[in-house]
Design a protein around this ligand. Structure first.
Ligand code: SF4
Ligand code: SF4
Length: 328
């Protein structure tokens, strides 16, 4: 009997999710024994034309990591959707937009200006920026279109399951692969991690006072962090109350607060707004000026509360005159 076919693809991301597959360690041998990997550009030399030649729905499952930023990524995920029975959004960027999604605070032009003209290490006196088409020696060269907006995967194609995390931990990845191989899948659309908040599983939760209040906010490097005590009770921003559990509290275990990479639970639409509401309920100052003073101590609040989820937020992106509402 032929083995189920599996594919992996990488869009706008750092590559950490590909590492998460390698982090399966010896379990990867079990996976390779059970499936045929038919496409994995980061590791194996298959080409786009190999996928194009496959019959529709002939791949059992494709794991796609990364957000969608380029026209090429859109073309590839649409092709993989056509060829796959199941699509799993793998990791924070495919699930929610992730760190690349923070670029939705700018537009293409300002990103190009910064990256290709004004960074201190750039020497570009002619101000050359990437073009979609250039002619060199009479030959036309093309590049994919760089969109104005970053999208999470299910804003571009239909997605069956979501594996959260930056990057998803190996045990969740293995559980998902086993569930797929055994045909024991939950309903379509499920995020493959428990639907409760990180605080519910965090050992430090019991150190939270009954009425948690803070008068000032500190960054982790500004105080000696108590390794036992709830970060919020120490006045340090921890996204635990607005974040789904399932990572094994790996940052907390390393004495660093949660940054929110697992995204919110099913009950929460907007992770950043949820955290803002948590913060509003615990800041213990009433005077408007004092509140402003406390809020001013948060460096980059939007970037902190939406670090992994800006394209999934109710805002989706910053409104800018240069970007029409429905424009890519
Ligand atoms: S806020 Fe952070 S440290 Fe405190 S209980 Fe929740 S996850 Fe743990
Ligand atoms: S503690 Fe938070 S940021 Fe760290 S891995 Fe878990 S969900 Fe992600």
């Amino acid at each position: 009997m032929s083995k189920p076919k599996v594919a992996f693809y990488w869009c706008a991301s750092c590559g950490g999710c590909e590492e998460a597959v390698v982090d399966l360690a010896e379990n990867i041998l079990k996976v390779v024994e059970a499936v045929d990997i038919v496409f994995w550009p980061v590791a194996l030399d298959f080409k786009r034309k190999d996928i194009e030649a496959m019959p529709d729905k002939s791949i059992a499952v494709t794991f796609i990591n990364g957000a969608i930023r380029l026209s090429e990524q859109e073309e590839m995920v649409k092709l993989l959707r056509k060829k796959s029975q199941l699509i799993v959004a793998f990791g924070s960027c495919a699930h929610l937009g992730g760190v690349p999604g923070l670029a939705n605070f700018w537009d293409r032009e300002s990103i190009f200006n910064r990256a290709y003209k004004t960074t201190p290490s750039t020497h570009n006196p002619e101000g050359i920026v990437p073009q979609e088409k250039v002619t060199v020696d009479g030959k036309e060269l093309t590049l994919p279109k760089f969109y104005n907006t970053v999208f999470r995967l299910d804003q571009i194609i239909d997605v069956d399951y979501y594996l959260p995390g930056c990057a998803p931990p190996p045990d969740l990845v293995m559980n998902a692969i086993n569930a797929i191989l055994e045909g024991k899948l939950p309903p379509k659309g499920t995020v493959l991690s428990p639907n409760k908040s990180l605080c519910d599983d965090c050992k430090r939760n019991e150190t939270k006072p009954e009425k948690l209040t803070i008068k000032e906010i500190k960054r982790p490097h500004e105080i000696m962090l108590d390794p036992e005590k709830c970060f919020l009770a120490q006045g340090v921003i921890c996204m635990g109350p607005a974040t789904r559990t399932g990572c094994g509290e790996r940052c907390i275990e390393a004495n660093m607060p949660c940054r929110g990479c697992f995204g919110p639970t099913d009950q929460v639409i907007d992770q950043g707004a949820k955290f803002l509401s948590v913060l509003a309920s615990i800041i213990d100052v009433n005077d408007e000026k004092e509140i402003e003073k406390v809020m001013d101590t948060i460096v980059d609040p939007a970037g902190t509360f939406y670090r992994f989820s800006l394209p999934s937020s109710l805002m989706r992106r910053k409104r800018m005159p240069s970007v029409a509402d429905n424009e890519k």
